[in-house]
Design a protein around this ligand. Structure first.
Ligand code: HEC
Ligand code: HEC
Ligand code: HEC
Ligand code: HEC
Ligand code: HEC
Length: 190
């Protein structure tokens, strides 16, 4: 727990529900040091404007882990975005006086998903899945950098570039044949 953040929000009900949520869903986990393996992007990639001003930096200081919100690792190729109910487990009671949280509650009540803008995208047609990477023990931060330092999410790393895929595959003795990431024949590329 970060005490600055803790003392910054309204006491009693908020603290209680956050505490319950943390106890029920998270459990304590040791903070792992982030080792980014792919280079930063040379050019600035500004963060897209998101429908709700969500901050990884703020929420990760609460002790949340990536998998609380990005639950897709085991069941599908994509990590996915959190169910709005995951946010509302806290925000039914936390910071309800803020306009951004009122907006969050409104979307939640509508039953529609929050229209998050995508940040990282590989070219269509390239074979990609999170699954083999996580199975091989590659950490989120190796490709996405130190997300806990990001107030807004921008494409700070070059992980979607072919050179980044290949140099990491070389470093880990993973497959580098074209067919690992491209379907044949090559002239069928999009
Ligand atoms: C474990 C509890 C918890 C969860 C889960 C959670 N939040 Fe928060 N959130 C907080 C706390 C605590 C604050 C800080 C409140 C404060 O500044 O007093 C906060 C702050 C915010 C703020 C800033 C509010 C403002 O204007 O100051 C936004 C926006 C927000 N959260 C959105 C989200 C979204 C979207 C999700 C789901 C993806 C989410 N939160 C999930 C606890 C949580
Ligand atoms: C409280 C929920 C929550 C937690 C915990 C969380 N995220 Fe997120 N993440 C989100 C939301 C909401 C978005 C979409 C908004 C945005 O891009 O900021 C997002 C977006 C992202 C994206 C950009 C996805 C894209 O569009 O390409 C990455 C990468 C990411 N998160 C990585 C992480 C990593 C790594 C961790 C753990 C260190 C983590 N997240 C923890 C809620 C969370
Ligand atoms: C080997 C590199 C690598 C690792 C490790 C990695 N990611 Fe990603 N991530 C990517 C790439 C590349 C994309 C773009 C995927 C696309 O275009 O479909 C992406 C996209 C995402 C997205 C956008 C939504 C989605 O499902 O594609 C989220 C969220 C995300 N990553 C979170 C995480 C989290 C959380 C972890 C750790 C549990 C993680 N990533 C580990 C490379 C990685
Ligand atoms: C941080 C290092 C790293 C990065 C970056 C990375 N990979 Fe990987 N990749 C691995 C490792 C390690 C494996 C697992 C190899 C194994 O299990 O033998 C793997 C496995 C794969 C597999 C499965 C291969 C198989 O034989 O089943 C595919 C497909 C793949 N990566 C595509 C990509 C693409 C596309 C990118 C870039 C968008 C990328 N990878 C970026 C490290 C990385
Ligand atoms: C580890 C994964 C990986 C391997 C191995 C790989 N590529 Fe790629 N390739 C990518 C990714 C990711 C992109 C998209 C890059 C971008 O969007 O900037 C790409 C893009 C390309 C493109 C441009 C696609 C287009 O439609 O313009 C060509 C051509 C290409 N690769 C050819 C090859 C050839 C030939 C090989 C074998 C020598 C190879 N690639 C091996 C991941 C890989």
């Amino acid at each position: 727990m970060n005490y600055n953040v803790r003392s910054a929000y309204n006491v009693s009900a908020g603290v209680l529900s956050v505490t319950l949520f943390l106890l029920l869903m998270l459990g304590a986990r040791a903070q792992q040091e982030v080792v980014q393996e792919v280079p930063d992007n040379f050019a600035m990639h500004p963060a897209p404007v998101q429908p709700i001003p969500y901050s990884h930096q703020l929420h990760l200081t609460l002790g949340l882990v990536c998998e609380t919100c990005h639950t897709g690792a085991e069941s599908s190729s994509s990590m996915g975005f959190p169910a709005t109910s995951t946010c509302m487990a806290c925000h039914n009671t936390v910071a309800t006086d803020r306009p951004s949280i009122a907006q969050l509650s409104e979307i939640s009540a509508s039953g529609e998903p929050i229209p998050w803008q995508r940040v990282y995208r590989v070219l269509a047609g390239v074979t990609w899945s999170h699954a083999p990477h996580l199975e091989a023990g590659v950490q989120c931060g190796a490709c996405h950098g130190d997300v806990a330092q990001q107030e807004t999410m921008a494409m700070t790393t070059s992980v979607t570039a072919m050179a980044s895929c290949i140099s990491c595959h070389e470093a880990h003795a993973a497959d580098t044949a074209c067919a690992t990431c491209h379907s044949w024949p090559l002239n069928e590329f999009p």
